[in-house]
Every structure is written in structure tokens, then in C-alpha cells.
Design a protein around this ligand. Sequence first.
Ligand code: ZN
Length: 84
Amino acid sequence: MPTPIDFNRLDIRWRHYECHCGSGDDAYEVLDSRGIYLALGCPQCLTDRLSGFREDVLYGPTYVADEPIEPEADNDNVAWGMDV
Ligand SMILES: [Zn+2]
């Protein structure tokens, strides 16, 4: 099952014309996380077109920001306590 495309996290540029797939929706140009062109289409046909791309290509390496960062002050207390 393909991962649904999160268009809110994509770098998209509105192209001011209808998509050629016949959906009647506006077409968008999709750029990857480094600003490189990936695909052109409306949300309906882009879901198919973008399903082959890896998430980190589409959205950038956001997994780093998703990791909780432990406060340094707590690390000292835990480390010393475990040794005793
Ligand atoms: Zn389309």
C-alpha cells in the first residue's frame, strides 16, 4: 500500500493552468527537499507519480527534528546514579 502524499509538506509551485490528466484541477510543480524538479500534476495524479519517491526525497531529512532531544542536565544525574 503506497504511502499517502502529504501535500502540505511538499515544496509545490502553483502553475496557473489545469492539469493535463483531465481532472480539471490546477496543476502544480513539485520540487524535492533540495529544490530539484520532481513532477508536474494535480493532487490526484501526483499521488501516483510521487509514490515511487522516498519520503526523505520528498520532504527532506525531517527525521532528525522528530527525535526528542534529551536535556543535558538530566543526563548527568542518570549517568552518575547508574554507576553506584
Ligand atoms: Zn492531474
